[in-house]
Design a protein around this ligand. Structure first.
Ligand SMILES: Nc1ncnc2c1ncn2[C@@H]1O[C@H](COP(=O)(O)OP(=O)(O)OP(=O)(O)O)[C@@H](O)[C@H]1O
Ligand SMILES: [Mg+2]
Length: 234
């Protein structure tokens, strides 16, 4: 369960403090153009608070419930659904997403909503931390020898990879990016609206499904995230 740690309250306090100040300023603002801009800022900050709360609720649900729904979910289906969800945002930045549906039917057992959220969080990052006009490559493949990290299975695994050609992640941060609220560049993240919860959601979903998430990255060249999940035997 998520407790109201110092981190959580700090992340909420910042935009809440900003909201208070902005509203106070707006109250006494006579200039209509300035008032308009203040109102826009209030809207942005309120949106941000809302996002943090929603992400925290998601994470708390993931942590406490495990994977309550256990049904066979076709991999091509939840990956395609996650891509659909990110498409508009990606198009706005002229980012293309390449994806070839797997030719054979691969399925994992679990919670479709959680699986969509996880892939979506990876795509959201790939799109946010890449330049306009770049491409994101999504691949789905069956891996016969499971990676060592997967303790719970010695059966076949499906590997979902999300590769971008963006800013990349410094080697010293690679270990930490899956931590809650961890951001490589908090200043920049504040502008892009990131709260540092996306990858902790991915990690939880992977765990709930007996899987694993890993990353390789080069600064200035791009990143590849691998989500490995045990294949359903049914
Ligand atoms: N594909 C990527 N390319 C470059 N940096 C990345 C990528 N994915 C994650 N990161 C780095 O890891 C940090 C943590 O990612 P995470 O998704 O957990 O949080 P966020 O994107 O900052 O916020 P949120 O996902 O909650 O909106 C990011 O702030 C960013 O610095
Ligand atoms: Mg993110």
């Amino acid at each position: 369960m998520i407790r109201l740690t110092r981190n959580v309250s700090h992340e909420l306090k910042t935009p809440m403090g900003a909201l208070g100040l902005l509203a106070e300023t707006l109250q006494f603002e006579k200039d209509e153009a300035v008032a308009q801009r203040l109102a826009e800022r209030i809207h942005t900050e309120a949106f941000r608070v809302n996002r943090i709360i929603e992400d925290l609720l998601d994470l708390s649900r993931l942590e406490s419930e495990g994977s309550p729904v256990r049904e066979p979910v076709p991999v091509g289906l939840f990956v395609a659904e996650a891509i659909e969800r990110i498409r508009t945002a990606a198009e706005q930045r002229d980012i293309k997403i390449s994806f070839e549906e797997p030719s054979v039917a691969l399925r994992v057992t679990g919670d479709r909503r959680q699986l969509v959220s996880a892939v979506h969080a990876l795509l959201e990052n790939a799109a946010s931390y890449s330049p306009e006009g770049s491409t994101i490559e999504v691949e789905v493949e069956r891996v016969t020898t499971p990676p060592d990290e997967l303790e719970f299975t010695d059966g076949p695994v499906v590997r979902i990879s999300v590769r971008d050609h963006g800013i990349g992640i410094p080697a010293k941060d690679l270990e930490r990016i899956f931590e809650r609220f961890y951001r490589v560049d908090p200043g920049r993240a504040r502008q892009t609206g990131g709260t540092g919860l996306g990858l902790s959601i991915v990690r939880h979903v992977a765990q709930n499904h007996g899987g694993n998430v890993s990353v390789s990255s080069r600064e200035g060249e791009g990143s590849t995230f691998l989500l490995d999940l045990p294949l359903s035997s049914t």
